[in-house]
Design a protein around this ligand. Structure first.
Ligand code: CMC
Length: 474
């Protein structure tokens, strides 16, 4: 058991309690038909928004939405939160197994070395960051990191693309039945196609591969923390190599070393957000990577997709919503009005979960625990609890709508003194390990993503010249 886990036994107990409750409510049967290798092409029922579509096989994570399960590489999320750390979980996601002590030490060393992004921060500070959406800054930061660390755009340094073999996209009739190839349409001859001896003297790296994953896992955290500082008219703080990823994130944002309890809760929040199947941002990142773009652009796309209020942006909206409601006594009338206006309640509902989201199960007691520390957080937690009761007794019963991960995470971050506009960037800080792991896995058998739309437009329209065109000739 780590020193941190020894010092935060009360938090571990809260996780165990949630875990026991989850196990009582869900049984231990996997879904055999959804956990077996498939033969391509596969038949599945697809709804709008690609609901139900199977895009690839993966060994990284499993979400059973009916039972409320979340598994990373075979390990239950409750166990990972109780026993593990974000660094260990990132290694697990990337490599497929829990590291030995030696492997973990080396991995942490790599992450610590990758925390410093001096040129990226220097360039970022030339933008008016205070006026930009923090997610836009984060995305910009990944572009600047690409420039700082990789040779991808340097004239004369880019290795010949001859190292990429096998491209047969053009041989596939685009609008026909998928053939379901087993093999990659594009393949590299070796795992690092851009490796070249001349490059070592420039100290620059490829923009894909494990090093790019380490750079992004660490660097995005440094940039997120710098955004907080700069928005408060303060200088960014250098990382502390003695601190864990979670503790360092809090330290670089606030300038204060967190207590063991704060560090542990942040660590659990990071573990909980690290991966979640082919969600919108993971898919966005994978789509970009599947074109053989690079890790930095792919993660930038993930950040862009995560920003929306239907995805990662919901956590910030939840806090604003709870503040707007203000008091427990206002919950019923506020909820009635929102339902009348057919507004979506932020932090509720999920494409996959039709049961209580296990991440919310873990975050709820942690939010309650932290909320004891100050009156305002306590009040927000009480409002959240009352709202949850209203939603579950109505939408929960009728439509299987329950709190999702974003509902309680906002209260947790708020209690840790993190400004609301940074909640979604923190989601991104954590999800980088999921995005990069999924990309590394997908590239092993890459095939460019290319779904199709059903054309429901017209045919045989007569072209009308500009001179004769009117609204009627449309
Ligand atoms: N409040 C009220 N009604 C809801 C909600 C909600 N939060 N979520 C879904 N519904 C209703 C929706 O109105 C629809 O009803 P009807 O069938 O009568 O038209 C039905 O449930 C199905 O909803 P949907 O929008 O078609 O479901 P979806 O699978 O396309 O969307 C969702 C999933 C997460 C986008 C949606 O539940 C939502 O907008 N929730 C609020 C935003 C939110 O909390 N997002 C965070 C998601 S979890 C973390 C993450 O992915 O980042």
């Amino acid at each position: 058991m780590s020193e941190l886990h020894k010092k935060t036994k009360e938090i571990t107990e809260l996780v165990f309690k949630s875990s026991r409750k989850a196990r009582e409510e869900t049984n231990a049967e996997p879904e055999p038909h959804l956990t077996q290798p498939i033969t391509w092409p596969v038949e599945c029922v697809v709804g709008p928004g690609l609901e139900g579509a199977i895009a690839c096989e993966s060994k990284i994570g499993y979400v059973n939405g009916l039972k409320g399960w979340l598994i990373y590489r075979g390990y239950d999320i409750f166990d990972l939160c109780a026993y593990s750390t974000y660094e260990e979980v990132s290694y697990l996601l990337l490599y497929g197994y829990l590291p030995t002590a030696v492997q973990l030490k080396a991995f942490k060393k790599n992450l610590i070395q990758c925390r410093n992004v001096p040129n990226t921060l220097r360039l970022l500070m030339s933008f008016s960051i205070e006026e930009m959406n923090p997610m836009a800054v984060l995305r910009l930061g990944t572009n600047l990191m690409r420039q700082e660390f990789t040779y991808i755009d340097r004239d004369g340094l880019v290795p010949k693309r001859g190292k990429v073999i096998g491209t047969d996209e053009d041989s596939i009739p685009m609008e026909t039945v998928p053939r379901g190839e087993e093999h990659a349409i594009y393949e590299f001859k070796d795992s690092d196609p851009f490796k070249s001896k001349e490059l070592s003297k420039f100290d620059l790296e490829p923009a894909i591969g494990y090093k790019s994953c380490y750079r992004l896992i660490s660097g995005v955290a440094t940039i997120a923390a710098a955004i907080v500082r700069i928005r408060q008219q303060k200088f960014p703080i250098d990382s502390d190599p003695e601190l864990s990823h979670a503790a360092n994130l809090i330290y670089m944002m606030t300038g204060k070393q967190p207590t063991p309890e704060e560090e542990r809760i942040m660590d659990i929040a990071l573990i909980l957000h690290a991966d979640h199947g082919i969600n919108a941002s993971t898919f966005a990142a994978m789509v970009v990577a599947s074109t053989l773009s690079d890790m930095y652009f792919s993660v930038g796309s993930g950040i862009a997709a995560l920003n929306g209020p239907l995805h990662g942006g919901a956590n910030e909206q939840v806090l604003h919503m709870l503040r707007e409601i203000g008091e427990v006594s206002n919950v019923k009338s506020w909820y009635k009005k929102s339902r009348k206006k057919k507004q979506k309640i932020m932090g509720f509902g999920h494409r996959v979960y039709k049961a209580y989201d296990p991440r919310a199960r873990i975050l709820r007691p942690l939010a309650k625990h932290l909320a004891k520390r100050n009156k305002e957080s306590g009040r927000l937690f009480q409002v959240a609890k009352a709202l949850e009761k209203e939603v579950i007794s109505t939408l929960g019963v009728k439509k299987r709508i329950f709190p999702n991960v974003d509902f309680y995470s906002g209260i947790v971050y708020d209690s840790l003194g993190i400004p609301p506009e940074i909640f979604t960037p923190i989601f991104a800080v954590s999800r980088v390990s999921g995005w990069t792991s999924r990309i590394m896995e997908y590239l092993e058998k890459n095939r460019i993503f290319r779904p199709r739309a059903i054309y429901i437009g017209q045919f045989n329209k007569k072209y009308v010249s500009l001179e004769e065109r009117t609204n009627k000739t449309r």
